[in-house]
Design a protein around this ligand. Structure first.
Ligand code: FES
Ligand SMILES: [Fe+2]
Length: 381
């Protein structure tokens, strides 16, 4: 059931969904200091494999070194070139693409072509800059801030979803992106509430009656558990497929929202991950991956079944996300012209929990103070 039994105030003002100053405060206080999901084990599965990304304009390179993942600023200390421009690749050594300087796993320099021409270099060449890496299930996270507390300290229940199966039990089905014309909170709030399912996802995604839905609200994130509504035949088929991949896969839907921007969804033999990155006050980029369990003792048949279920689940997720995406331009336009204070039902309490987190992180007490008197009374009662 729900944590709250009555309606809640809409803590954020419409302008918080389009303001440049709010966007900058969110980047500074909520996003840059966070762990970011940047890739998955399949992006660099073998020793020497690497992939490159950009995090808030910072170029990074993540490399598999004998099964462990290391992240470096993708900039060479020689003459500042990126080490690699490839989105992913493999090389026996970590080597700059420009003049071929090589680097060790700790970032120190290794072989330097024609090194004698650099003498004397007091203290030796500078090291590559390293960032923290944390691997959970099949997901690789990077933090640009050395002092970022462990992910599982921020939101302990997060561990229950990533530790349920080891990373290598998850087969990657597909990763794709959306550039949404809406503030990231519009997408995040839509993702965590089930109130819109009946009207927006009539044929694609519905839950069993409301009293089957459970919410948990923690300091670092929220959890929703629900039973997906499906026809008896679809349920039988899904149970049969998933029992072939793991004996007791729960069909129950579980969504873990790690504040502010990471969403992990689990149901039957599927894991879905989604991260939202603000790209401006009124746009954001979503990256979505779907993974499906491999059978512990794989056979040709079970591999086929894993791939088959991956295609089924990916196409279901894409349909649902496309239905949501069709709403975002209208919600964003509404936010930019709304004279209303808004309100949130008990069923939408995870929206309220996110708004509360944003308000606290961004010091929006002033924002709450400008709410109408009745809302302020509700908040303090
Ligand atoms: S810039 Fe990297 S080796 Fe020269
Ligand atoms: Fe939706």
């Amino acid at each position: 059931m729900f944590v709250n039994q009555s309606k809640l105030p809409h803590l954020l003002l419409p302008e918080h969904y389009s303001s440049q100053s709010q966007h900058e405060v969110e980047l500074e206080t909520m996003f840059r200091p966070q762990w970011h999901w940047v890739g998955s084990l399949h992006d660099a599965p073998d020793d020497g494999d690497f992939f490159t990304r950009e995090l808030f304009g910072v170029p990074i390179l993540v490399r598999n070194h004998q099964g462990a993942y290391h992240c470096f600023l993708n900039v060479c200390p020689h003459r500042h070139s990126t080490l690699s421009n490839e989105r992913c690749g493999s090389s026996p050594t970590l080597k700059c693409q420009y003049h071929g300087w090589e680097f060790n796993v700790d970032g120190s320099s290794g072989r330097i072509p024609d090194a004698k021409n650099f003498r004397p270099m007091s203290g030796g060449p500078e090291c590559l800059k390293k960032f923290s890496v944390s691997v959970h299930g099949p997901l690789i996270f990077v933090s640009l801030h050395q002092s970022c507390p462990p992910l599982t300290d921020q939101f302990k229940p997060f561990a229950t979803v990533t530790e349920e199966f080891s990373g290598d039990r998850w087969a990657h089905a597909e990763t794709w992106h959306y550039d949404f014309p809406a503030n990231w909170k519009v997408v995040a709030e839509n993702t965590v509430e089930s109130y819109h399912l009946e009207s927006v996802h009539t044929d694609s995604f519905r839950f069993e009656p409301e009293d089957e839905i459970e919410h948990e609200i923690h300091d670092g994130g929220t959890i929703m558990r629900a039973t997906i509504h499906a026809s008896p035949n679809a349920m039988r088929f899904s149970r049969w497929v998933t029992s072939q991949l793991h004996p007791d896969c729960s069909p129950r839907y579980r969504m873990y929202h790690l504040f502010p921007h990471l969403f992990l969804m689990r149901a039957d033999a599927m894991l879905q991950a989604m991260v939202l990155m603000p790209t401006s006050p009124i746009t954001c980029r979503a990256t979505v991956s779907v993974f499906v369990l491999r059978r512990e003792q794989e056979t040709a048949w079970s591999k086929w079944l894993t791939r088959f279920w991956g295609r089924i689940k990916t196409s279901a997720v894409k349909k649902i996300l496309a239905e949501d995406a069709s709403l975002y331009p209208g919600i964003q336009m509404g936010m930019e012209h709304s004279p209303f204070k808004g309100c949130v039902s008990a069923r939408e309490e995870l929206v309220h929990a996110l708004q509360n987190h944003v308000a606290e992180k961004c010091g929006l007490q002033a924002g709450r103070d400008v709410l109408p008197e009745d809302c302020r009374r509700e908040m303090s009662s």
